[in-house]
Design a protein around this ligand. Structure first.
Ligand SMILES: [Zn+2]
Length: 299
């Protein structure tokens, strides 16, 4: 993949008066800093544009985070292209995580803490110290940039840290909004220190990321998922997740019947729970459909 043969797609000049007032130079400076330090950059939407510049058909409203190009191909390491893209119109700079190469064939891992100190807390709970590494302050917390050995094939999975870490990890086919970007809340993403490069990810972190989450952690995750608090969907989901082997299908059927009787739109939540509990998608879908059919509800 060559950065030089992939020009970013056309970037329109902002017509929004708000956009004219803000400073594209902040985004440009952030993007230039990134490419000069070897981080492939591409443009994202900017919250001060009237409409989302994202490539998607329908916007979910999280402004400032949607790629304005196909980011796995549309990134660049070319300063001239960065100038063209970020001087022309207001765009948030973002980093194509999977396209980054570190020393000795390492790859980029970004640890995204949803609150300040979240990853430090995980480290100290394990008797470890979090290393000083490249850090970008975000609206809620911070992004820590680290290198990891290519052989590990990390993704966005938290592994053993699921349920223990207030945040996410980004590796492989992923991206993060970079320094010089503006969050929808108006907060600027900023480098904590200009001259601190990513360090190698600590072994305990890599071990945790490649270890399967415990069943309890998975259950917590689903029980905490954002189902309407007033409905009983959460209870039904937990009921399915708690199924001992041999009872999973019966419990799923029972839960789907209760949900259908109450007129709840719970198929997706129950399907997720059933998959987590170990049922196959085909089996789970058939069970949920037959439950809804039995109660006269349509799916
Ligand atoms: Zn959008």
């Amino acid at each position: 993949m060559s950065a030089n043969t992939n020009a970013p797609t056309e970037v329109r000049a902002p017509h929004d008066p708000l956009a004219r007032e803000s400073r594209p130079s902040v985004a440009l400076d952030g993007a230039l800093w990134l490419v000069r330090h070897g981080f492939p950059v591409f443009p994202c939407d900017h919250p001060q544009l009237k409409r989302c510049a994202g490539l998607h058909k329908t916007c979910d409203g999280s402004r400032g985070k949607h790629p304005a190009v196909a980011f796995t191909r549309g990134w660049t390491l070319d300063e001239r292209k960065v100038h063209e893209t970020f001087a022309r119109g207001l765009r948030n700079p973002a980093v194509a995580v999977g396209a980054c190469s570190g020393p000795n064939g390492t790859r980029l891992l970004v640890v995204d803490s949803d609150r300040p100190g979240a990853i430090e807390d995980v480290a100290s709970a394990r008797g470890e110290q979090w290393p000083a590494t490249m850090r970008v302050r975000t609206a809620k917390g911070h992004h820590d940039y680290l290198w990891y050995p290519d052989a590990l094939k990390l993704g966005n999975g938290l592994g053993q840290l699921q349920g223990q870490f207030d945040g996410d990890v980004r590796a492989g086919n992923a991206y993060v909004v970079g320094p010089g970007a503006v969050h929808a809340s108006g907060v600027l993403y900023e480098l904590e220190a200009d001259d601190r490069p990513p360090v190698l990810a600590p072994a305990w972190l890599l071990d945790a990321l490649v270890t399967k989450p415990t069943f309890a952690a998975r259950r917590t995750r689903w029980a905490n998922a954002s189902y309407p608090a007033s409905s009983g969907v959460r209870g039904l989901v937990t009921f399915v997740l708690d199924s001992p082997q041999g009872t999973r299908n019966n419990r799923l059927f029972w839960a789907a019947c209760r949900a259908a009787e109450d007129g709840q739109d719970a198929e997706d939540a129950l399907l997720s729970a059933a998959l987590q509990a170990g049922l196959s998608e085909r089996e789970a879908l058939a069970t949920i459909r037959s439950a809804y059919k039995r109660t006269g509800a349509t799916t």
